[in-house]
Structures are given as C-alpha cells and as structure tokens.
Design a protein around this ligand. Structure first.
Ligand SMILES: Cc1cc2nc3c(=O)[nH]c(=O)nc-3n(C[C@H](O)[C@H](O)[C@H](O)COP(=O)(O)OP(=O)(O)OC[C@H]3O[C@@H](n4cnc5c(N)ncnc54)[C@H](O)[C@@H]3O)c2cc1C
Ligand code: SF4
Length: 564
C-alpha cells in the first residue's frame, strides 16, 4: 500500500492547482517543496504566518523567498561555441518557496487566443525553429480557463480587449483601479491606433474567496501580498490542506522520481529533508511541477522521459522589449498593482509589422502583450547613481521612479532544439547535484520583432508626454543599449513539450510522460510554443485538465454557441 495516491513535486501555481483538484476529488496527496515555508501554517486552521512586508532588501538582496544563487547556482552560455559556460549564478531565477514563483508574480493573467494553439497549421513553418501546434485547442481549453479564473480569482473586463478569444462567462470580479500613468499612456496608445485594455489580474478588486480587496500598495511584482489579496498559489494550497487529504513538506528537495523494474511505472519520489536525511515517499502516481527549469533538471537527473532526447530542449523565455519613458512631472508610477493595462497589437500585427517581417526575411512577426507598467522602489533607484551630491539630487527628483513609465513587450520566442536546459558537467549545488545549465540564443524572428516594436513603443511614450525615451531587450540583442543582458523575464516554457507523437514530444496530450505511464507534468514545461502572453493562467488551466484526468473525473465542456 503506497503512502499517498499522488506525490506532487513543487508547490507553485502548477503544483498547487493539481493539489487542489486532486484533494477535492478525495485523493491523498503529498506536496514536496524544496523552498522554505514563510506563508501558511500547515496545521489547522491554516492561518497566515505574517512574515511578509514591503521590504526591498529582504526580497531583492537577501533572497528571503529563495533561491540563493550561491547555494543553487545555474550556469549559462549562449551556444555550444561558448564552451561549458560563460556565467554561473542567477540566470532568470524563479523564487523557491511554498507557493513557488506565483507568490512573487503581480499576476497579469490573460488567456491565449485561438491561433496561439495552432501556429504551425495557420502560419506555416519558420526556418531554424520547430514551431508546433498544441495537442489541445482553444475550444477545448475554454472551460478550464474559466475554472482557472474562478480558482485563482481574476478581476477583468470581458469587453475591453477587441482581439480576445470567445468566453463562456464574465471574469469573477470587475477590474481593479487603474494606475495614474495609464490615464496618459492609454489615450496616447489609442491616438496612435493601438488598443489598450484593462489587464485581467489575479488580485481581488472586491473581497473574494475569503480574502480582502487589493489596496494597491505598489509592492506587487517580486513581493508576496501581505494582506492575501493576490490570488496566488497559497489560496489553492490552503484549500487543499482544508480537505484533510493534503500534506505539504517544505525544505524537501526531490532528488529522483523512482520507477519500478519495467521503467514504465513510477513508484514514488526520493527526497532530502532540511536535515539532509534521505527519504522515499511512495505513491500511485507522481506529478512534476517544478517549473520549466527544474522540471527537466529533475527528469534528466532521474533518467526518465527522454527517449525522444527532447527533455530540456525548446526552452523559451519571451524576448522582452523594455521601453522606458521619462516625464517632466511626477506620476507616482510606483503605486498600484505594477501593471493595470495591456495591449495585444504586436501579437496581432499590422501592415507595418508584415513589411518589417519581409525585410527581416521571416514569414511573420509575432510580438507579445505590451504591459503598461510602473517603476521600481527607492533602493532600486538609489543603486543607479553612486553616493554623493548628485545622488541626493537625483533621489529628490526621483527621475527613475516617480517620473518614469516602463512598457514591457513579452515577445513570442520561437522554439529551437538548441535552446535548452541540461546538466552542467562540473558545477554543483549545495546538495551536490549537478547545476542546471541554460544554453540560449534568440531566433532572428524574435530579434527582428523586438527591433521593430522598440521604436514604435517609444513613440507611444513620447505621445504620452515623455521627454526622453530608450529601449533595451532581455536577453540583450545586438545594437541595443545592453547587448549582453541575460534573460530576466521570469517566464519559463517548453522544456518537456507535449504533442501527439512520442518521437517529437516528451508528454502526451494529457501531460503524461510518454515513457512512464503514471508521471504527469503540470507546469509550463509542456508548452509547444510560447505565445506572447504570460504563461501562468494557461498552465493553471492545463493543470486543472490534467489533474481531473488523473483523478478520473469527467472533462469540462463549454459551448462556443453560448459565448458572451
Ligand atoms: C516578479 C514576477 C512577476 C511575474 N509576473 C507574471 C505575470 O504577470 N503573468 C504570468 O503569467 N506570469 C508571471 N510570472 C511567472 C509566474 O510566476 C510563473 O509562470 C509561475 O510561477 C510558474 O508556475 P510553476 O508552478 O510552473 O512553477 P514555479 O512557480 O516556479 O514553482 C515551482 C516550485 O517547485 C519547487 N521545486 C523545484 N524543484 C524542486 C525539487 N527538485 N524538489 C522540490 N521542489 C522543487 C520550487 O522551489 C518552486 O517553489 C512572474 C514571475 C515573477 C517572479
Ligand atoms: S498591490 Fe494589491 S495585490 Fe499587490 S501586493 Fe499590494 S495589496 Fe497585494
């Protein structure tokens, strides 16, 4: 008799959603999480631990929610020609804690559009990339999107985005308050022919699910919410704990997924606890939800799932175009939920982007959502100018905080087999495990797209009143201000792609490993393409679908004929 029905590795949005669905269906679940627990009492009545504060040093410098890059280094190179690595340390690190990175995210949660699931079929191949259709389409995933929005608690306006896909119902809450800066950037974008809309966000605009409304404190991205107004994974984990079917084990790093002698069935997970003692937890099925960097690392370490040689390949990050505008007056851009407006125009494209694609020699340019975002906080601002008289004057004027607007375009990056996570041959982490190594170079499509949209988005900021503008990309690209900048998007996708063909994918359409019957991956590793939208709502919707299938519950359905 195994210890649990299911053991889940990772407690971020993917793992937390899976735990929520499985425990509600009466399954017993053990969640292993390598990070510490600062958030949630693990005994009834599962109160908050209250260890959060709006403290830049604690979160950004002292790795309060982990991981410390000295203890858990990642390595990086652009291509094999760079040698084993060119950098060791923090490479687009995701937080590591009970609740995962979802806890830090400020939670813009748009759905993908119909075409995002069938890019290869609709737009054809692109040289140097392996663009693939998803094994699930929008109509099938729509009810899971609706369920994900209900479970997380998403506030939004279903009439706002003229390019949005059809919906079976409204958002669970109306949109929250607009940031002041969008009263300038929104009309400016409209004047230039773009279509800004209120971002669907996972922050309560009204009390919801026993949690209060957001007070727009401004410390949303990179911080947890001190009042639990964010619909982050903690709410899902608390719900799972309340069923009495869930046990969460923090500071427990999974070393290996265990398989039986046939290699086709998992029998549990071997892990190390905080004291360095090894344990085995046995189960009928294992769920891997470590995020799209740690998931392939765990699969490769376990030696499973890789008969296609695709585990870790097709790594995608989003090529971000970051456009900054400096204004002659104060905007209080550090207040609010960090981003309250989006626009999809660079994803949809227009005559100018089609012409730019032709010039670049690629069949199309697909950018990403443009986030109308705020600025940083005082310590981040202080680090720009060395101490001295000029420093004090600059801090008083607050050009980089109170008078600055930042747009971020989450540019679609095309999947390439050479972009990958594998195990570094020499560097090890604090547990003695091989560090994950990232090999990544942007495709020419992604670079052309960023270079097309950077100047166009500068124009929007000038139209809004900025006296100075500039733009850069993450990762850096030739000809930009910081060409060597490493990726900082915090969006990880693609490293255990799902598909219909075991030779061309790691997971089947229900996110099970083709090679091991009872191992399911419920994070954005399974995405065949990156699209230009944040990955979290879609990975949660897919996790609901995969977890229901694992629990043997009927699929959800909705009917396009009843679209609102
Ligand atoms: C500041 C910030 C802002 C963001 N904003 C947005 C946004 O607006 N919209 C959006 O869509 N996305 C956003 N993201 C990205 C979003 O956070 C991720 O897409 C999401 O958290 C991924 O969920 P996940 O469950 O796949 O992985 P994660 O959240 O990374 O969780 C994985 C968990 O697994 C644990 N783990 C890993 N390996 C092991 C192991 N071997 N053993 C045990 N535990 C393990 C990790 O410690 C971690 O807690 C943002 C991220 C950040 C940091
Ligand atoms: S802005 Fe709102 S949701 Fe974000 S941390 Fe502050 S109170 Fe929480």
């Amino acid at each position: 008799m195994p210890d649990f029905d299911v053991v889940i590795v990772g407690s971020g949005p993917g793992g937390a959603t899976t735990a929520d669905v499985l425990t509600a269906a009466g399954k017993s679940v053990c969640v292993l999480e390598k990070g510490r627990n600062h958030l949630l009492a693990l005994e009834p009545p599962f109160e908050s631990l209250g260890r959060l504060s709006n403290d830049e040093i604690k979160f950004n410098r002292r790795h309060f929610l982990g991981p410390d890059p000295l203890l858990e280094p990642r390595t990086y190179r652009r291509a094999v020609a760079d040698g084993d690595r060119i950098f060791t340390g923090d490479v687009n690190n995701m937080p590591s804690t009970v609740g995962g990175a979802g806890y830090h995210a400020d939670g813009k949660l748009p759905r993908y559009r119909e075409i995002d699931f069938r890019l290869a079929g609709e737009l054809g191949p692109v040289d140097g990339a392996e663009v693939a259709d998803w094994p699930v389409d929008y109509d099938e995933i729509e009810p899971y999107y609706a369920e994900a929005e209900r479970a997380i608690g998403v506030a939004g306006d279903h009439t706002g985005n003229p390019f949005a896909a059809w919906r079976s119902g409204r958002y669970p809450m109306p949109p929250g308050a607009d940031m002041f800066l969008t009263t300038l950037t929104g009309p400016a974008a409209e004047t230039l022919g773009y279509h800004p809309y209120r971002a669907p966000t996972g922050a309560n605009s009204v009390p919801y699910d026993g949690r209060p409304a957001c007070n727009n404190c401004g410390f949303c991205a990179f911080y947890g919410c001190p009042i639990e107004a964010k619909g982050d994974p903690v709410a899902l984990l608390r719900r799972a704990l309340r069923t009495g079917n869930c046990e969460i084990r923090p500071e427990s790093i999974a070393l290996e997924i265990l398989v039986d002698s046939t290699g086709k069935q998992s029998r549990g997970v071997r892990y190390l606890d905080a004291d360095g003692t090894q344990h085995e937890v046995t189960s009928n099925a294992a769920v891997v939800a470590c995020g799209a960097f740690e998931t392939p690392r765990l699969l490769l370490r376990s030696g499973i799932g890789n008969s296609s040689d695709l585990v870790g390949r097709y790594l995608m990050f989003h090529l971000q175009t970051i456009v900054l505008g400096y204004f002659p007056f104060r905007l209080h851009a550090y207040k609010g939920r960090d981003v309250t407006h989006l626009m999809d125009d660079p994803i949809v494209g227009d005559a100018a982007s089609a012409a730019a694609a032709k010039t670049a020699g690629v069949p199309y340019l697909r950018g990403g959502i443009v986030e109308h975002g705020g600025s940083g906080h005082p310590i981040g601002e202080a680090l720009y100018t060395p101490p001295g008289q000029q420093h004090s004057a600059r801090m008083a004027a607050s050009d980089r905080r109170d008078r600055m607007v930042g747009f971020t375009m989450q540019g679609e990056d095309l999947p390439q087999a050479t972009n990958r996570v594998d195990l570094d041959p020499a560097v090890r982490d604090v547990w003695g495990l091989p560090a994950g190594r990232i090999t990544y170079t942007s495709h020419e499509h992604d670079v052309a797209c960023a270079h097309h949209w950077g100047p166009r988005l500068e124009e929007v900021l000038r139209q809004a009143g900025a006296h100075t503008t500039s733009w850069l990309t993450s990762p850096g690209t030739p000809g930009t201000r910081v060409p060597g900048l490493q990726p900082i998007s915090r969006h990880w996708m693609g490293t255990a792609r799902m598909g219909d063909d075991p030779r061309r994918s790691v997971c089947d359409p229900w996110q099970r490993l083709w090679d091991v019957d009872n191992v399911v991956v419920t994070d954005s590793s399974v995405f065949p393409t990156s699209t230009g939208y944040g990955p979290t709502l879609t990975l949660v919707a897919l996790a609901v679908r995969a977890a229901r299938a694992l629990a043997g519950i009927e699929p959800l359905t909705s009917d396009r004929a009843n679209a609102i």
